[in-house]
Ligand binder design. Structure first.
Ligand code: SF4
Length: 269
């Protein structure tokens, strides 16, 4: 009897915005790490949708609209599995289109070099331990100060919408779109992301490869994937990847519940 190529799993997650009940089809054979990316992103999007419904019911609908790409000037962190997936996707593009994108990525790196940020961002990707949010803050600010459009942005629209990183999917705001003109100085309220998919995938990759968890700035993602091409050729059983990925999701959800509890207990909140 032939072994089925995939196995269906029913998943139930308790998130801060309610119960998420869904299913995933995990490959039963050996697959590269990027095979787990779409599954993980879908879980993250379904968890975010629960938050979105809760906000809407509280009278705070999402104000993000197609063609509004103010946030596409921010530093986008990409997990290693997503970097491999992005590289694989770019390699499937027609040559002309691929060359345009590679040229824009190159221009972005030149701009970062001129601003004195390229070496600092490269160091982030190769650090022995992950930088905390506080450590990343000055870099995020310096990057955003450049107001450099993402190399994948065309006519204020994402040219890789279906393949965009998890971090781009998770940034949704409920304050008026005008405030996004300055995402740092203005009081922009973003939807809480109950499961940070980039972090889940970075932790999974770290565990599989016994390397420090890392998040890669988007303009450097293809170079990182090229540099780590040998590790990217590794394969794991799809069901094992799913199991390890879900363990990270549960761990982050626990942390998210704890963080929100602390936030509620803090004076003035
Ligand atoms: S990948 Fe797409 S959504 Fe993300 S920052 Fe770039 S253009 Fe914007």
């Amino acid at each position: 009897m032939n072994t089925p190529r995939s196995e269906r799993f029913n998943i139930s997650l308790t998130t801060p915005a309610g119960e998420l009940t869904t299913f995933v089809e995990a490959p039963t054979m050996l697959v590269p790490i990027m095979a787990i990316v779409p599954l993980t992103r879908r879980l993250g999007e379904e968890a975010t949708a629960l938050e979105e419904t809760q906000e809407q019911e509280a009278g705070r609908p999402i104000s993000c609209r197609k063609g509004c790409a103010a946030c596409c000037r921010m530093l986008v962190p990409v997990s290693p599995p997503e970097a491999f997936a992005l590289k694989a996707m770019v390699e499937t593009l027609p040559e002309e289109r691929r060359n345009v994108l590679l040229d824009k990525l190159n221009q972005a790196q030149v701009r970062l070099e001129q601003a004195g940020l390229l070496a600092r961002l490269t160091a982030v990707t190769e650090a022995d331990s992950p930088l905390s949010d506080e450590d990343m803050e000055p870099l995020n600010r310096a990057y955003y100060a450049l107001r450099m459009a993402c190399p994948f942005l065309e006519n204020e629209t994402c040219s890789i919408y279906e393949d965009r990183p998890a971090a781009c999917r998770e940034l949704l705001v409920t304050t008026p779109a005008d405030l996004c003109e300055d995402l740092i100085s203005n009081p922009v309220r973003s939807l809480p992301a109950p499961v940070r998919v980039g972090t889940v995938l970075a932790l999974l990759w770290s565990e599989l490869t016994r390397t420090p968890p890392t998040l890669i700035p988007l303009p450097l993602a293809l170079d990182w994937a090229e540099k780590h091409a040998t590790e990217g050729q590794g394969v794991w059983k799809g069901t094992q990847l799913l199991e390890q990925m879900l363990e990270k999701v549960w761990r982050l959800l626990e942390q998210e519940f704890a963080n929100r509890e602390v936030g509620r207990a803090a004076p003035g909140t």
